[in-house]
Design a protein around this ligand. Structure first.
Ligand code: SF4
Length: 493
């Protein structure tokens, strides 16, 4: 773990990839102190890291103690209803706490997906908030904090917080249709353990999935230049990072928006047409140092033989693929507008298993999407039983305002969703426990997260299983261990 970073994570599970983190640097009484509570996924976490980098660049301090903060930033998530609820509760709790800790001058700033999407409504609903910032402002948080606290450099300017109090509404910095994407030299204060980092290779999404509002919040897909990504990874590996997790909304589409001839929604990865994930992985493979690189959030529509061969040939690429499938029933895939079919997915899984020996596949499914019949649910259950995914998460469908699916007539009652959720989870539990038991006796390369806790290539941080060590090992380094037993999803070594 980073020497000067306090790190708090709560509520993590394979089905609830929500995390809450608070960051800290050593105290300097003369400076503005900024606290941050970051909710939601790894993409939001990278935004939090960039916001904190901007705060430090402006000469302010970071604190993990909300009660010590002059400015507290709540980096919200709006993925599903429960995430929105958690975000609102965090804001209200922060407001209540500033009253209890007698810091009436503490400012509250709300950032992240919920702020980007609902800042106008939230200004009315949450007058407690001093300012709302969006996704295009993440690298400018330092200046925004200064403005909120002091009114900026212009002495004649009305303090934004005073203005907010006068109008009864927080200041709204959010701009619509985000276009921001970070670069390799964007100041960033990492919130992950020192040996593991997320690298955001693209932002936004061009897919039209009918249940999802992420494209409305995060904008069109935009890839970073390959050189920018490579420069960042080189720097991280030099700092001692052993695990690079590549993230975006659609990692397999990486680079295709940079092609001179526009790539369609089902375009497979094809390096003859321009920058691609496959070409990027080959260049990452050439970076010196001992590390592994992990692919998260790939879309089934863009996989190609070229990408599978590349992964098989690059030993620094973890034998792990995260590929959210959402459903398998043909009619459901059509209604979800997944731009892929059952035949395509089945063929792809066959190719992945055959082309990349030892591969662990992680996926997520949505149950209870509008109109999902018992037969369609059974189709999904049979598929899960046949494929035996090493890692699997399930979401109960959540009606997202502004999505096409929210307008569909035949919404599924909560009790049916809950029942289907339990059935999928217990089916998968048996599969995962069985897969874990079969690992006993094998020798596996592990990355050590804590003296007695490690992860294998098959385990992404925060969402997957762990390996419990009987003997301590150096944190942040790789070690080889023989698996001696299993405990549920986890392994013993
Ligand atoms: S691929 Fe679909 S589910 Fe994923 S972010 Fe894009 S629109 Fe949303």
């Amino acid at each position: 773990m980073r020497e000067n970073t306090a790190f708090v994570a709560a509520g993590l599970s394979p089905e609830n990839p929500t995390s809450k983190r608070v960051a800290q640097t050593p105290p300097r009484p003369d400076r503005t102190k900024v606290g941050m509570i970051s909710l939601g996924c790894a993409k939001n976490l990278v935004d939090a890291e960039i916001m904190l980098g901007s705060v430090l660049q402006c000469g302010m301090e970071i604190t993990s103690r909300a009660e010590d903060a002059d400015v507290l930033v709540i980096n919200t998530c709006a993925f599903i209803d429960s995430a929105k609820e958690e975000s609102i509760n965090s804001i209200l709790e922060a407001h209540q706490q500033r009253g209890l800790s007698k810091r009436p001058n503490q400012k509250l700033i709300v950032s992240g997906c919920m702020s980007q999407r609902f800042s106008s409504e939230l200004r009315e609903f949450l007058p407690e908030v001093d300012a709302f910032v969006g996704l295009d402002q993440v690298s400018e948080l330092g200046q925004i904090v200064q403005s909120v606290v002091t009114g900026g450099d212009d002495p004649g300017r009305v303090l934004l917080a005073d203005a907010a109090r006068a109008t009864g509404h927080g200041h709204n910095f959010v701009t619509p249709h985000p276009i921001y994407i970070p670069d390799y030299d964007t100041p960033r204060f990492r919130l992950t353990p020192v040996h593991s980092a997320y690298v955001k290779i693209a932002e936004g999404c061009n897919h039209p999935c009918s249940f999802c509002v992420i494209p409305q919040m995060r904008g069109k897909h935009r890839s970073r230049a390959p050189e920018s990504v490579l420069a960042e990874i080189r720097g991280l590996v030099k700092e001692g990072v052993r695990e690079i997790n590549l993230i975006s909304q659609d990692t397999t589409y990486y680079g295709m928006d940079l092609w001179s001839q526009k790539a369609g929604p089902r375009q497979p990865v094809d390096s003859s047409r321009g920058p691609t994930l496959a070409a990027l992985l080959r260049k990452i493979q050439k970076i010196e140092g001992e590390f592994w690189v992990r692919l998260l959030y790939t879309h089934p529509a863009h996989w190609s033989d070229e990408l599978i061969e590349t992964i098989a040939e690059c030993d620094k690429v973890a034998r792990y693929i995260d590929i959210p499938l959402q459903h398998i029933d043909e009619s459901m895939l059509r209604r979800m507008q997944r731009e892929t079919s059952r035949a395509h997915i089945e063929k792809l899984i066959g190719k992945l298993r055959a082309g990349i020996p030892g591969l662990a596949i992680r996926t997520t499914f949505i149950i209870g999407f509008p109109g999902e019949t018992e037969a369609e649910f059974e189709t999904l259950l049979d598929f899960i039983g046949c494929v035996r995914f090493e890692r699997l998460g399930v979401f109960k469908y959540s009606e997202e305002e502004g999505s096409r699916a929210a307008k569909m007539s035949n919404q599924i009652p909560a009790r049916i969703k809950n029942a289907r959720y339990r059935i999928v989870m217990s089916t998968q539990q048996q599969i995962a426990h069985d897969i874990a038991r079969k690992k006993v006796g094998s020798e596996i390369k592990l990355l050590v997260d804590q003296p007695f806790l490690a992860r294998s290539e098959a385990d992404a941080p925060d969402v997957d299983a762990q390996v419990i060590l009987s003997e301590t090992a150096p944190v942040g380094e790789f070690t080889w261990r023989r698996i001696t037993g299993s405990r549920g999803y986890d392994l013993l070594a």
